[in-house]
Design a protein around this ligand. Structure first.
Ligand code: FES
Length: 101
């Protein structure tokens, strides 16, 4: 079990938006979809692109560098099946967003 670390305010992200946040020195891509928040490793498995700076298309996060795609909720790579990035539990409390690391 990790500990929940505050990474953002709920209002920092609009629907469908993402950003890169830091939690205990770890770079995490945080996305908001359907009013809920999702967190996955920020580092693309292709060449290290920042997934938090990517775009969300349905439930797929697209890396801003060369377009590899990852499932928002599972971290599974759509582009190269079998590869995946870690995903993290997220909770919100009093307008703040926390990620478990
Ligand atoms: S670094 Fe992400 S697709 Fe190349």
């Amino acid at each position: 079990m990790g500990t929940f670390v505050e990474v953002a305010k709920e209002n920092d992200l609009g629907e469908g938006e993402g950003k890169t946040v830091q939690a205990n020195g770890k770079a995490i891509a945080l996305y908001k979809k359907g009013g809920a928040f999702y967190a996955l490793d920020n580092t693309c498995l292709h060449a290290g692109g920042p997934l938090g700076e990517g775009t969300l298309d349905g439930e797929l996060v697209t890396c801003p560098l060369h377009g590899w795609q990852y499932h928002l909720k599972t971290g599974a790579c759509e582009t190269v099946p079998g590869m995946e990035v870690a995903v993290y539990k997220v909770k919100t409390e009093n307008g703040k967003v926390f990620v478990e690391v």
